[in-house]
Design a protein around this ligand. Structure first.
Ligand SMILES: *Cc1c(COP(=O)(O)O)cnc(C)c1O
Length: 427
């Protein structure tokens, strides 16, 4: 039997790239099958190496709220690269992007640009430790903050767990100061704060959890974290790498009305290029080198091409655009709910503003354990049934649906039709 171009490329890739991919989630490990090699994007769609077109609900996992190949973003990047891809010296564009971020995000007075969300979260932690003179970090099971050692801590369940590395190669020493508690569990947070309070440098969370499918904070939970941080003297850090410039211009902090001390940004701020940032009040940010003693640096930090694309995208992301993104997300969610109901399939299509997620479960999980109880095998079958019908979902039931303003009522209707057939097919 003939193999597809994607299959041939994946076989070649596996010989020179471990697992054939440069980031593990791309490998279809949890859904099975061969990843499609993509060759082109256009608005809400992508085309694979065999020429198949898909409606793309992955959108590179978050950087593209306006869809692929948005003309203004492409033009800005093209113009910048023609003037010099990188200088290793300050540029005007960095100042303009920093000002745009400051103007949009209420808690940010100063911001440092870096190249990935991993780097931004790691640096924010170092800054929190340097600024407070404390070492411990409180984080939540199932929240993802990139792959730096201290933050790769396995999801502990029940009581607060201290330091179990989530990867080989991470020493117990590297995670000894990372305390993990269940999301939305006030008692666990209170217990951890009373036990470690005067050693806590930071309480770190995704304000709307979007790396364990979609699990919004329960009512008042973010304000409770704000209070817990204030009582203990820890800094509250919101990792808004997904929620920033997606839940709105001011991110989750604007939408939920809780102000963190430090904010981590990534994905959407780069317009599809490697760009991320962390920021906060001047009193904290001044601890960074060259002003202060917290070292942080990067050869490609504030890269001119990434900055130009990011600026162009942020300029386009007005309040009206986010209202439009929420409207189209709601239409998609409504369509999917109808499709599952018609097929008689037990599923929850959850929505929080512009974020949505599909879970095959009968209840609404509030933490990682609840998400783990969903039927992930059924998700894998649904994923493939959708892919066969021309709709690309994330290859894992722990991800959200990434919508973009490039979706329209027609593409939503196509996705709904595919979902009805796919749900009926997989049961
Ligand atoms: C994607 C993500 C990161 C890591 O960003 P990279 O650019 O992949 O390093 C960190 N935090 C959150 C919330 C993310 O979704």
């Amino acid at each position: 039997m003939d193999i597809s171009t994607s299959e041939a490329l994946f076989a070649r890739a596996a010989r020179v790239i471990p697992g054939g991919v440069n980031s593990p989630v791309r490998a279809f490990g949890s859904v099975g099958g061969t990843p499609r090699f993509l060759s082109q994007g256009e608005g809400a769609t992508v085309v694979d190496a065999d020429g198949n077109r898909y409606i793309d609900l992955v959108q590179s996992w978050g950087p593209l709220p306006l869809g692929h190949v948005r003309a203004e973003v492409v033009a800005a990047a093209r113009d910048a690269v023609g003037r010099g891809a990188t200088f290793g010296a300050p540029t005007a564009g960095e100042v303009e992007l920093a000002e745009a971020i400051r103007d949009a995000v209420p808690s940010i007075e100063q911001v440092r640009l870096v190249s990935s969300g991993t780097e931004a979260a790691m640096s924010a932690i170092r800054l929190a430790r340097g600024a407070t003179g404390r070492s411990r970090i409180l984080k939540f099971a199932g929240h993802y903050h990139g792959h730096s050692d201290a933050l790769l801590v396995d999801a502990g369940s029940g009581v607060a767990t201290l330091g179990i590395p989530g990867s080989l190669g991470v020493t117990t020493g590297a995670v000894a100061d990372t305390v993990t508690v269940p999301w939305n569990d006030r008692d666990a947070v209170s217990a951890a704060v009373s036990r470690h309070g005067d050693e806590l440098a930071a309480i770190l969370c995704e304000p709307v959890a979007a790396n364990m499918n979609l699990v919004p904070p329960s009512d008042g939970f973010l304000a409770f974290l704000r209070d817990a941080a204030d009582r203990s003297g820890a800094l509250l850090i919101f990792d808004e790498v997904i929620t920033g410039f997606r839940l709105g211009r001011a991110g989750a902090q604007g939408r939920e009305g809780v102000t963190p001390d430090l904010t981590v940004l990534g994905k959407a701020i780069g317009g599809g290029f490697p760009l991320a940032a962390f920021g906060g009040r001047e009193e904290h940010m001044r601890h960074l080198a060259p002003l202060g003693g917290v070292y942080q640096a990067g050869t490609l930090s504030g890269n001119p091409v990434a900055v130009a694309a990011g600026r162009a995208q942020l300029e386009l992301l007005t309040d009206a655009v986010f209202a439009d993104l929420e409207r189209i997300t709601t239409a998609l969610v409504d369509g999917l709910r109808t499709a599952f109901a018609d097929a008689g399939v037990e599923a929850r299509v959850r929505q929080h503003g512009t974020l949505a997620g599909i879970l095959f479960t009968g209840d609404d999980p509030v933490d990682l354990e609840g998400v783990q109880r969903a039927d992930h095998d059924r998700y894998a079958r649904f994923f493939h049934a959708m892919l066969d019908r021309g709709v690309a979902l994330a290859p894992s039931g722990y991800e959200v649906l990434f919508t973009s303003t490039a979706l329209d009522d027609e593409t939503v209707a196509t996705v709904t039709g595919a979902a009805r057939a796919a749900a009926a097919a997989v049961g």
